[in-house]
Each structure stands twice: as structure tokens, then as C-alpha cells.
Design a protein around this ligand. Structure first.
Ligand code: IFM
Length: 476
């Protein structure tokens, strides 16, 4: 086992200037449905998020991604803004239904052409393109056929990976198969707060498995396609802390760590489901959908793991006097949900209500490196939603800037403790469509006026540009 120390909060240097290792990859991330717009343009067909957002009551204020940041038409301006920031890499996702309308069969040349032009523009500005194949926007036709709970969807995903590689593999080296499969499975099919909005616990478990199977098959397809593809997957992870050392609190933490983290980490990186999780899931699923050979496919070796980090879960056992709190709970029908309470600690929160906890990033990075050693790691998303105002053409966003500073100091502490962290992608480049929150939550380093589509780099963007320029953090 790797010898690694876990820095405490005190080990995070909160004031000195800090340097990152040479070659550290500084980036920013976005996702297709959140920024592209052009939803019904040039042959693109609806995805589950088009259907969901157009269903009354699903997204705040009825917002949709129909226009979003109109990045489809303004990508050259956006790449110029990235270049002004000095970004070394840009992580974006492909819209499956723009490339392969309906999710299978013929390729849409106009869709391919868009991504080729985007990648060429990035390369012309010395920005490394980092492609995510799937960031939640399943073609609606595949959902109509059964969606991710259906095994066949994993096969379709691998075909789509081959199509995407044929289109871009000559100029894209970095590939992420899935972004945050936990959200696709558990928010999409469990709590129903994300597309496709189904509330079926058993389907959520099946979806999670088939997402991972699709990931494994796609990884093999990308490798088989030749070239120099470096392949990984991005998971959203949370340190999960019991509120106290009481057995009920510790058990609640074990349950949520299983559901939120180990459900994906263990099959992908160890080729097995954790035994305690399988036991917890028994009232929902007998796991009969797991076929011989699946876990070997799912655990196809990777070149890197992407980690998206936003906050920590603190949980406790049941207390009839204290109602559950927190931003995520399993749906009430979820077995065992009566055994877990999410606890707010009263820390400062972002506009998402997520507690700001930089030390949690050190904890999750060191834990992943300890439990699944040798794998290069990237923070593929990290950032904060805050309300911004434009004053005299400027946006001062000190809270977002402080959030980035705290989390980059945490990333640095993890590197100092021996974690092979090779890059960091801020979420997000632009304000964008924040899923069920529509445009009411702003994560961007660049402000977007959705009426005029005017972009204004915020103070945090200017600060991040300076961090990239010096490959490190300025003293506080
Ligand atoms: O906007 C999302 C992104 O699409 C996935 N990770 C979390 C972000 C903030 O909620």
C-alpha cells in the first residue's frame, strides 16, 4: 500500500504563495447541454434533457437549454476568451444526439463538423481538447427504448464512442467516457430530479451498472480504435463523515459512502461491488442484471481518474426529534433512507446550499490514492455558484475567487502528501444551464448575459489567469 499521509485542515497552507509541479494542467470545463443551445439545429435530435426541461414543473422557471450560451454559434469567441485566460486545456462534452441522432445508426455530418471546428480552434490556440463522451444527455430515442436500465444502452454507447473517435481521434488525445454516473443513475432514475425523471429505485441500480458497463465497453472501443487515446472516467465524490462516533452515525456514513462513492469506485477500479453495499441494496435489487464478465469489462484499466469535488456529506443515524436536513437524500422509498439524516454543520454555503469545505478535497484525493493506488488523478470539476451583479461592465465575485483559492490550496496539500494530481479544471468556464435550477445558479468564471449573449470575464477569471501564468497561487 502506498505510504501516504492525510493532511488535516491545518496542513493546508492558507496564506503563502504556492507553486504547482511543472506541466500541471490548468483547465476549465463545460458540458454540451449546458452551453451549446442550437437544440434543433443541423440535424440534432432531442435528448432526455430536452424532453425533461420542456416538461412543466421539472426545471425552475421553465428554463430550457434551447439557446443556453449559444456556444454552438459563438464557439470562436469562447475559445478566444479561453486563450485570454491562458487555459492549457478545455474539457467539454459531446452531444450524442448531435453526432448520432437517435442514439444509433448513421452519423450526422453537421454535428461532427461542429466538434471538428471546435477542436481545430482549440488546437490553433494551443489549448488541449479534453472530450467527455457523456454528460447526462441520452438521446431520447434510447430512453424511449428503456434508457440506462436497459443493457442494450451500454452497447449503443460503445458504438457512439467509436463514432466519436473516428471523427476526432486524430486530434483528441484525452477522453472521458462518463461524467458523474452517480447523477445519471440516482438523480435520473432514483430521485427523479434529473432527466429522465423516473423514481424507480431498482432502475437506478440497473442504470448505474449499465453506465459502468458502457464505460468499460467504450474504453475498450477507444483503445481498439488505435491512436494515442488516454481514457478515463469522471466520478463525483464526497468525503462522508459521521456526525459523531455513535454506531448509528458511523453506519449512516458507511451506507452513504457505499451509495455515493464505492458504488462506482470499486467496480471500476477493483472489478467488484462492495459486499456491504450489495447487502444494503438487497431490498431493491438482487443484482441479477450483473452478468458474468461484466465486472472484468467495467474494470478495464484506465489511464486516469477524474474527480469532481464540491462538498462533503455529514450524516447521522435516525432521530425522530430532528428532521432530515441537507441537499440530497435518497428518495423516501429508498430502502435504508430512514436510517440516514444529512446534517448541515452551519458552515458558509454556496448558492446551491452546499457547505464550503476545502479540506474535504484533500481528504477525498488522499483517500482515492490510498485505496486505488497508482492511478493519475485530475480534478475535472470544482467551483461554486454565487449571485453576481454587473456594475459598470465589471463583475466582482470575491466569494467564488476565495472558493477557488481554498480548493487549489487543498489540491496543493494533496500533491505535497504524494497524490499524483496532474491537473485541475474549474467549473465552469461560462455561466450556464444548471440543470433543474435552470439559469438561476451561476457557476461561471465568465458572466453571460442571456439576453444579449454578452460575455464578461469576472474577477475570478482574471485571478485564475494569473494563477495559470505563474503556475501557482499568489500569497494572500
Ligand atoms: O453543473 C454541474 C455539472 O454539470 C456536473 N457537476 C456539477 C456541476 C454543478 O452542479
Amino acid at each position: 500500500m502506498t505510504n501516504i499521509s492525510t493532511p488535516t485542515l491545518d496542513a493546508i497552507d492558507r496564506s503563502s504563495a504556492l507553486s504547482f509541479p511543472p506541466g500541471f494542467l490548468w483547465g476549465a470545463a463545460t458540458a454540451a447541454y449546458q452551453i451549446e443551445g442550437a437544440a434543433a439545429v443541423d440535424g440534432r435530435t432531442p435528448s432526455i434533457w430536452d424532453t425533461f426541461s420542456h416538461t412543466p414543473g421539472r426545471v425552475v422557471e421553465g428554463h430550457t437549454g434551447d439557446v443556453a450560451c449559444d456556444h454552438y454559434h459563438r464557439f470562436r469567441e469562447d475559445v478566444r476568451l479561453m486563450a485570454d485566460l491562458g487555459l492549457k486545456s478545455y474539457r467539454f462534452s459531446l452531444s450524442w444526439s448531435r453526432i448520432q441522432p437517435g442514439g444509433s445508426g448513421p452519423v450526422n455530418p453537421a454535428g461532427v463538423d461542429f466538434y471538428q471546428r471546435l477542436v481545430d480552434e482549440l488546437l490553433a490556440h494551443d489549448i488541449v481538447p479534453w472530450v467527455t463522451l457523456y454528460h447526462w444527455d441520452l438521446p431520447q430515442e434510447l430512453e424511449d427504448a428503456g434508457g440506462w436500465p436497459l443493457r442494450d444502452t451500454a452497447e449503443r454507447f460503445a458504438e457512439y464512442a467509436t463514432v466519436a473517435h473516428a471523427a476526432l481521434g486524430d486530434r483528441v488525445r484525452h477522453w472521458t467516457t462518463l461524467n458523474e454516473p452517480w447523477c445519471s443513475a440516482f438523480l435520473g432514475y432514483g430521485s427523479g430530479t434529473h432527466a429522465p425523471g423516473r423514481t424507480e429505485a431498482a432502475s437506478a441500480v440497473r442504470a448505474g451498472h449499465h453506465l459502468m458497463l458502457g464505460h468499460g465497453l467504450a474504453t475498450q472501443a477507444l483503445r481498439a480504435a488505435g491512436g494515442q487515446a488516454e481514457v478515463g472516467v469522471t466520478v463525483n465524490l464526497y468525503p462522508v463523515s459521521p456526525q459523531t462516533s455513535a454506531p448509528a452515525d458511523v453506519d449512516a456514513a458507511r451506507r452513504i459512502d457505499g451509495l455515493a462513492n464505492r458504488f462506482f469506485l470499486d467496480p471500476i477500479l477493483r472489478g467488484e461491488y462492495p459486499a456491504d453495499l450489495v447487502e444494503d441494496l438487497r431490498p431493491v435489487s438482487d443484482m441479477a442484471h450483473v452478468r458474468d464478465g461484466d465486472l472484468a469489462t467495467i474494470s478495464t484499466p484506465l489511464d486516469m481518474l477524474g474527480i469532481n469535488y464540491y462538498s462533503r456529506h455529514v450524516v447521522a443515524g435516525p432521530d425522530p426529534q430532528a428532521p432530515a436536513q441537507g441537499y440530497w437524500r435518497p428518495p423516501s422509498t429508498w430502502p435504508g433512507s430512514e436510517k440516514v439524516r444529512f446534517v448541515n454543520r452551519g458552515l458558509p454555503v454556496t448558492d446551491m446550499g452546499w457547505e464550503i469545505d476545502g479540506a474535504g478535497l484533500v481528504e477525498i484525493l488522499t483517500r482515492v490514492h490510498r485505496d486505488y493506488p497508482e492511478l493519475p488523478l485530475y480534478v475535472t470539476e470544482n467551483g461554486a455558484a454565487f449571485t453576481d451583479t454587473v456594475v459598470d461592465g465589471r463583475v466582482d465575485d470575491p466569494q467564488r475567487l476565495a472558493y477557488f483559492d481554498e480548493h487549489l490550496r487543498a489540491a496543493h496539500a494533496a500533491i505535497s502528501a504524494g497524490v499524483p494530481l496532474q491537473g485541475y479544471f474549474a467549473w465552469s468556464l461560462l455561466d450556464n444551464f444548471e440543470w433543474a435550477w435552470g439559469y438561476t445558479r451561476r457557476f461561471g468564471m465568465i458572466h453571460v448575459d442571456y439576453d444579449s449573449q454578452r460575455r464578461i470575464p469576472k474577477a475570478s477569471a482574471e485571478w485564475y489567469a494569473e494563477v495559470i501564468r505563474r503556475n501557482g497561487l499568489p500569497a494572500q
